[in-house]
Design a protein. Structure first.
Lengths: 386, 336
């Protein structure tokens, strides 16, 4: 066991820190869930790409630096510490790209990966449907065979980023004869195609972070099926695996929050009573545990083990940690806690409240924590299926 | 950067597990007799080199580190091993580092040590120890075990009786600044030794409860197939999975005497105590009435958890120590 960083790791982190300090916008960008904010975040992604920081762990041919997993974790720590803008390209970079690397043809990889990295294409998710949330295999949107491709029809909902994104990825039922998990295919489609209607949905925080997507005979060529037709479930599970696991929520995010929370409590100057101090310590311990656990995971991945259902442990842990940390911060803020960023007296421009509302979505998206507990029980602990 | 154990370390842990599985009968595990707490098992652990781990080679020890001991401590908790094994192998070497003869005796497993920082002067296993180390604010004393009178305070874990240690007896090992330093170190070692055993015990409780939930049928199905049961066990799995790396990190910080050692030891103890309390609570609930008996072996681990949770300070005390490090002292860099 050796927690010291190698010179190439400290150098990498230092280079990232120096670049971020110089380039992270001093003013917070407008929300990425507004038209203007979305484009401003796209510009930020382009800056990242041009400087080689958009996708550090990817191969150089797609705009990456071939960074190691440890270097990637360090970059993430620096990114969140620098309070850099939210990644509007997150769906593409962290969810679709790992699947493209695993299941995509070379032509698909060449067509899409660099455009994801450069934010030429910003992707939306198209998984859930009105009657298929946690029970994702119940989806009813269809894909019918057409000359040279498929015609997609149906309704998707809670599609993250769909209000302003360029393209979407998701599952459609391509073989209605097959039961549930079989007969699904994974499609990539443009959101400005004929037959696509996007209706933004206002979220709890007032932003249009997700949308409904209606599809009416939307043509998708064969070359935009990811993986084999009928194998969509397996392909999609690799996406949700990465979403729950290492790539979606790196420790850097929570370490930065814990660090801000500690500073908030220090600034409270003795105002924090023993109970709040206990909670601050608990939050810091939680973030530290997540960091260390992730280091252990990286070791196992490097030793050739696959993550599998273990990533469900991760998802429960970070999503509950995130809520707890923000609740503690809001308690520390007292009457200022509920003030939005529009209030003159808001602390940190309302960021704690904003991020608290965002954190509350954590146990719901990417497979609810109840589904994760089922997965842990059956696939990690080996308990009998219901 | 590598956060994992070496082949040698894993092998040592595996050997200790095998030894404990082989030597430790349910009768010995549940017994308060001196023979159970410092008898055949003690000898076997000594032959395995467990007590020599942290003793320098020049004193007939193995010259290994706290990191090598991490897995061993975890196994002691998993097995609910009787006697002051962790105290003797992990805490005593640090306190007795000034005495070559005692280090030699420790390494050979010939010196059974109990340790206490309890203000009342009670130490677990002081009734059967050769030496009781008593930590006070400004003084560390070594009291011969025979001095412990018959005044035993039975505690919930009957295999871990608290015996009174007379005040002012024995020899002064350190006083003043030297004592403060020793006591601070011993508190860190005590917290980590307890944390590691709690994580091991929690993991064992989880395993045994998973097995029971797979066997016990109600309504025509194994109770482990019911979501209400699954979700409780999943929560225990999460708590254990994220407490254990903190224990390993604390061992790392002790090993390299990092300035964060006290904070890291407290983080480990706080998380381990919470995980173990949850594991015990869920294990009892899932076992139902059979778990609420002396007949079921489950009670051994439940009671060990309840006894260890407050030892060397409970979770709240340790979070307060972490809070002090974070909020009242100059901020330390977060890595390594």
């Amino acid at each position: 066991m050796d927690l010291r960083l190698l010179p190439e790791e400290t150098d990498f982190a230092a280079e990232a820190r120096a670049w971020l300090v110089e380039h992270v916008p001093a003013e917070t960008l407008p929300s990425l869930d507004t038209r203007e904010g979305f484009e401003r975040h796209r510009e930020w992604e382009r800056m990242l790409f041009d400087a080689g920081w958009a996708v550090v762990d990817w191969p150089a041919r797609y705009g990456g630096r071939d960074a190691t997993l440890i270097q990637w974790l360090l970059f993430e720590e620096e990114y969140y510490r620098a309070r850099a803008p939210r990644r509007v390209s997150q769906n593409g970079v962290f969810l679709l790209a790992p699947t493209l690397f695993e299941f995509g043809t070379e032509a698909q990889q060449d067509r899409y990966l660099r455009r994801i990295a450069r934010a030429d294409d910003i992707w939306a998710q198209a998984w859930s449907e009105p009657d298929a949330g946690s029970d994702l295999a119940a989806i009813r949107s269809t894909a019918r065979r057409a000359d040279g491709g498929w015609l997609l029809s149906g309704q998707k909902t809670w599609s993250t980023r769909a209000a302003f994104a360029d393209r979407a990825f998701g599952l459609f039922r391509s073989d209605p004869e097959q039961p549930r998990h079989r007969g699904l295919s994974y499609f990539l489609f443009p959101l400005d195609a004929g037959g696509v209607t996007v209706r933004p949905i206002r979220q709890l925080d007032g932003e249009t972070g997700f949308a409904e997507v209606f599809l009416d005979d939307v043509f998708v060529p064969d070359e935009d099926v990811l993986g084999e037709p009928g194998q969509g479930w397996r392909v999609a599970m690799s996406t949700t695996g990465s979403e729950r696991g290492l790539t979606l929520r790196s420790p850097g995010r929570f370490l930065a929050t814990a660090d801000r929370l500690v500073r908030l409590a220090r600034d409270a100057d003795g105002e924090a009573d023993a109970v709040l101090r206990d909670e601050v310590a608990r939050a810091w311990i939680g973030a530290e545990a997540y960091r260390l656990y992730t280091f252990g995971t990286v070791g196992r991945v490097l030793a050739g083990q696959s993550l599998g259902a273990e990533s469900s442990l991760n998802k429960i842990y970070w999503s509950e940690l995130d809520i707890a940390m923000h609740q503690t911060a809001l308690r520390l803020l007292g009457p200022r806690g509920p003030l939005t960023g529009h209030a003159a007296d808001a602390a940190d421009a309302g960021r704690w409240l904003e991020d608290y509302l965002f954190a509350l979505a954590g146990p719901i998206y990417a497979g609810t924590n109840e589904i994760q507990r089922n997965l842990i029980a059956e696939r990690v602990l080996g308990l009998p299926r219901s | 950067m590598r956060f994992g154990f070496s082949e040698d370390q894993l092998q040592l842990t595996g050997a200790v597990r095998q030894l404990l599985d082989g030597e430790l009968s349910p009768q010995v595990r549940a017994s308060a007799e001196a023979g159970a707490r410092r008898g055949a098992l003690w000898k076997a652990l000594a032959e395995q080199g467990v007590f020599a781990l942290l003793i320098p080679e020049e004193h007939d020890g193995l010259g290994l580190t706290e990191l090598d001991a991490a897995g061993v401590l975890d196994e002691l908790g998993r097995a609910a091993a009787p006697g002051p094994v962790a105290e003797t192998m992990f805490i005593a070497p640090r306190l007795l580092s000034g005495s070559p003869e005692q280090l030699q005796a420790l390494a050979a497993g010939q010196l059974v040590v109990a340790v206490t920082a309890l203000p009342g002067g009670y130490a677990a296993h002081a009734d059967i120890a050769d030496l009781v180390l008593v930590l006070a604010a400004e003084e560390v004393r070594a009291v011969p075990g025979g001095a412990a009178g018959p005044d035993v305070q039975p505690q919930v874990d009957q295999t871990r009786p608290l015996a009174a240690v007379p005040r002012g007896q024995g020899t002064v090992l350190a006083a003043g600044a030297a004592a403060r330093e020793l006591v601070a170190a011993a508190r860190n070692y005590g917290a980590v030794a307890t944390a590691a055993q709690l994580v091991g015990a929690a993991a064992r409780l989880l395993d045994d409860t998973i097995r029971y939930a797979g066997q016990r049928h109600q309504f025509g199905h194994p109770i482990g197939s019911f979501q209400a049961v699954k979700h409780k066990l999943a929560d225990v799995a999460v708590a254990v999975a994220f407490a254990r790396p903190l224990v390993h990190r604390a061992c790392y910080s002790l090993c390299y005497q990092l300035p964060t050692a006290a904070r890291d030891a407290s983080a480990a103890k706080a998380a381990a105590a919470d995980a173990a309390e949850l594991a015990a609570r869920v294990a009892l609930q899932v076992h139902g009435a059979i778990g609420y008996t002396e007949e079921a072996e489950l009670q051994v681990w439940l009671k060990r958890v309840w006894a260890l949770v407050p030892e060397w300070g409970d979770a709240h005390l340790h979070r307060q120590r972490v809070a002090t490090a974070l909020l009242d002292e100059p901020l330390l860099p977060c890595t390594p």
